[in-house]
Write a protein that binds this ligand. Structure first.
Ligand SMILES: [Zn+2]
Length: 294
């Protein structure tokens, strides 16, 4: 009788195994995919949990698939890993063939309107992004200043100039808007004098100059010695309050594509100027873009 019971128990196990087989079909490669349906779902967690509790057997590839951590046995640790995976808490390591994709890093939104590139809504002119050759035409006629700066840029500069004056410093515009053609003559002049490699470190190729935007200006002297003046220090410390950023900071040459220019500021508005300045990043880093001639 006892022997018969054992046989019946054995048969019941075999029947159970067959039944389990229909639910937990063999996993066709891929740990964790116990029922072999191509994905890890709550069903797989149930299969593994049932196995660990001794309720339901697993065989062959289904058993191998259930050994998520690959330690040679299927136990509570594997069930926990599967459950975490299904809940989206973590993805499974190992040989599961279709792991959860890494979340895409949020990149900058780059829009081109009429040939002009805007990154997260900010007009960009650098070595990577050029302006159309006719961009800025008309700016000099419609603006309220002699430098071809947009009115907003000029008004912001005037506010900054007054503040500097109160602090005992004199600021003036040494270069404002520059047309494509004017930039072209400047750039090729530098190339003839210093060679193209050197010229590219301090002068923009036509179409790539921020001066063509009417939003950038050079203050006082566009020469390296200006970096060491009290005026340059004042500009660095205060320009963000008036909506400007130092466009080519020291130590960011490989990001901006230009050597340090303490005199070149770019108007971006007070909110963004504060954020960029406080971040310690140059505009390229802040927006997640590059600056090199492609
Ligand atoms: Zn400049």
């Amino acid at each position: 009788m006892k022997r018969k019971n054992k046989i019946i128990t054995g048969m019941a196990a075999a029947v159970l195994a067959l039944a389990a087989g229909s639910i937990c079909a063999y996993a066709d490669g891929g740990s964790g995919d116990i029922d072999g349906d191509g994905s890890i779902t709550a069903t797989d967690v149930v299969c593994a949990a049932a196995y660990v509790k001794g309720i339901r057997p697993l065989y062959g590839q289904a058993l191998a698939a259930a050994d998520v951590n690959g330690d040679g046995s299927v136990n509570a640790a594997d069930v926990a890993m599967l459950a975490a995976h299904v809940k989206g808490i973590r993805s499974l390591n190992g040989n599961y063939s279709t792991p959860d994709p890494e979340p895409e890093p949020q990149g900058p939104v780059i829009e081109v309107r009429n040939g002009v590139t805007y990154v997260d809504g900010i007009l960009i002119a650098n070595k990577s992004y050029a302006l159309p050759s006719n961009y800025g035409w008309g700016l000099t006629y419609s603006c309220n200043n002699d430098y071809g700066l947009t009115n907003e840029t000029w008004n912001a500069f005037c506010e900054m100039q007054s503040a500097a004056w109160r602090d005992g410093y004199s600021l003036w515009v040494c270069s404002g808007y520059r047309s494509y053609d004017y930039q072209s003559s400047l750039y090729w002049g530098y190339v003839n004098r210093d060679g193209q490699w050197a010229a590219d470190t301090y002068s923009a190729r036509p179409g790539h100059s921020e001066h063509q935007t009417g939003l950038a200006l050079d203050i006082n002297y566009a020469e390296s010695w200006f970096n060491n003046t009290a005026e340059a220090v004042w500009i660095a410390n205060n320009c963000a309050d008036y909506g400007f950023i130092l466009r080519y900071p020291a130590g960011k040459e490989d990001k901006t594509g230009y050597k340090h220019e303490s005199w070149h500021v770019r108007y971006v508005g007070k909110d963004l100027a504060r954020k960029v300045t406080d971040s310690g990043l140059c505009l390229e880093e802040y927006l997640g873009i590059d600056s090199y001639y492609h």
